[in-house]
Each structure stands twice: as C-alpha cells, then as structure tokens.
Write a protein that binds this ligand. Structure first.
Ligand code: HEC
Ligand code: HEC
Length: 231
C-alpha cells in the first residue's frame, strides 16, 4: 500500500525533469542575479544620492530601450559600454595629459549561458517602465549622410564631449554610441536625446534646446551606427 504513492511521485518527477532543465526562468534569474546591481522596477527614491550609489544602469524600462537580439548576445559576452564604467568619476584619473581610465579598477560583468541569456533577455523585454517614457513612432527614419551626422554630433551639438560615436574617439563619461543602432531602439534614442532627465532627474546629460530637425538628424545618425568597428 505505502509504496504506490512513492512510485507515482518518482514517475511524476522524472516526467517533469526535462522540462525544468530545458527552460530557464528569466524572472528568477533577474531577481537573483541582477537585482543586486540593477533597478528592475522604478525606484521610489530618485535622488542624486541614489544615482551616485547605483551599481549598474537602470533596467526597469529595458523593454523600450534595448533590441532583444543584442541583449541575448551581450549577456553571453558582455563588452564595455561605458568606457569608464559606472560611474566614470570613480574610475578616471585626471592627469595633465587628459583623463585616463583606471581599467584595472573596472569590474567584469557577469556572463550568462545561452539558455539563461535568452530567458533573461525575454524577461527584460517585458519591463516597459511607466507609460509614455518613450513614445512609439516618434523616430522618423531618414537617410542622414554619415559626414553630416558626425559633424552635428562631434562639433555642432557637442555630444562627443561625453560620448564616442567612433571607437576611441570621443568622451568617456557617457555610454559609447558607435553601435547604438544594434543596442538601442530608435524611439528610445530619440526620446533620450529629447529629454534625458525623463530617464533620471539627475543624469548629467544636458537637456539641449534642439529643434525637431536636429533631434531627428542626431537620432538617425546614431540609429544607423551598427558596428563596433565602424570608423
Ligand atoms: C555587480 C553588479 C552587476 C550585476 C550583478 C549585474 N550587472 Fe549588469 N551591469 C553592471 C554595470 C556596472 C553595467 C554597465 C557596464 C558598462 O556600461 O560597460 C551593467 C550593464 C548591463 C546592461 C547594459 C545596460 C545599458 O544601459 O547599456 C545590461 C542589459 C545588463 N547589465 C544586464 C544584467 C543582467 C541581465 C544581469 C543578471 C544576470 C546583470 N546585468 C548583473 C553591473 C551589474
Ligand atoms: C555632459 C555629458 C553629455 C553630453 C554633452 C551628452 N550626453 Fe548623452 N548621455 C550622457 C550620460 C551620462 C548618459 C546616460 C548614462 C547612463 O545611462 O549611464 C547619456 C545617454 C545618452 C543616450 C542614451 C544611451 C544609452 O545607452 O542609454 C543617447 C542616445 C545620448 N546620450 C545621446 C546624446 C547626444 C545626441 C548628445 C548631443 C546632443 C549627447 N548625448 C550629449 C552624457 C552626455
């Protein structure tokens, strides 16, 4: 009598095991492995102190920010995006010859297996943040000659003081943008340039008084940047 339930249990477990082993739980990965460094829901405290102390960029609006395919690749093989880490002032040494990044002080990002990266990316894409953070369709695709885009980005609108639009060329205090088109959704690029403080009230990217023509030109220039090796 007593043996039948045990046998049934074993049979049930054996049947369930392949399914459990095959499907990684993206939400559980985010909660257990990512939440210590990344905000997965909108923080109730958006003070300057919170920004200063955060250990990684906010991910609570990841679903309106990233391209899923990029997430899957990057989580398996993370490469530096912010040339001087989070945040640059903790890792930059000021010298008479200019700022030098203290590479040794930069931590390495955790790396996921393919199955875990796919599950985590899918869970991240479900995090949309508050409504209207990024308006869908605000970005209008147009052909902007790379030379014109670069001139605005580097010279006329001063973006290169903080960002690289080409590898090893540009500032260190903002994320690199030379493969922005691979990493980021075009509507997000547009929304961020238009109103950076909507994403964090204390982020030090200035809100510039850019015309709609300028915004579209810069967003199109960046959305077309696809390749880390692009010159
Ligand atoms: C020890 C802290 C830490 C942990 C744990 C961590 N991250 Fe990160 N993460 C960072 C930092 C710091 C950066 C910024 C790296 C850079 O810009 O070069 C980052 C960047 C990212 C980015 C790119 C963000 C952007 O705005 O470009 C994604 C996506 C990401 N992490 C996802 C994850 C996921 C998913 C996990 C859990 C599996 C995780 N991270 C665990 C610290 C961490
Ligand atoms: C004073 C420095 C500074 C200047 C100047 C600046 N930015 Fe930024 N930018 C930042 C910082 C800091 C962030 C967000 C950092 C983070 O998420 O860790 C940012 C974020 C961005 C993002 C979103 C990238 C991402 O990975 O989330 C885009 C797009 C962007 N900037 C474009 C521009 C453009 C275009 C200009 C010129 C009109 C510009 N920036 C000028 C500092 C700057």
């Amino acid at each position: 009598m007593g043996r039948i339930p045990i046998l049934l249990c074993v049979a049930a477990l054996t049947a369930a095991a392949p399914a459990l082993a095959g499907a990684a739980d993206g939400d559980a990965i985010l909660k257990q492995q990512c939440a210590p460094c990344h905000a997965l829901s909108k923080p109730s405290d958006l003070s300057l102190e919170r920004l200063w102390k955060r250990k990684g960029p906010d991910l609570y609006y990841a679903g309106v920010k990233f391209n899923q395919q990029w997430l899957v690749q990057w989580l398996q093989n993370p490469a530096r995006i912010r040339p001087a880490g989070e945040f640059y002032f903790k890792h930059v040494k000021m010298t008479p010859g200019g700022d030098i990044v203290d590479i040794a002080a930069l931590p390495r990002h955790p790396r996921l297996s393919k199955a875990d990266a796919e599950a985590a990316a899918a869970a991240l894409m479900a995090l949309k943040g508050p409504d209207a953070m990024v308006s869908k369709g605000a970005f209008k695709k147009q052909a902007v000659p790379a030379l014109i885009g670069a001139m605005f980005f580097e010279k006329l609108r001063g973006c290169a003081a903080c960002h690289m639009d080409k590898p090893n060329s540009g500032g260190l205090s903002g994320p690199e943008l030379y493969d922005a088109g691979k990493r980021l959704q075009p509507d997000y690029i547009y929304a961020y340039i238009k109103a950076p403080q909507r994403f964090d009230p204390h982020i030090w990217m200035p809100q510039l008084d850019l015309s709609e023509t300028d915004l579209q030109r810069l967003a199109n220039y960046l959305a077309a940047r696809q390749d880390a090796a692009a010159k």
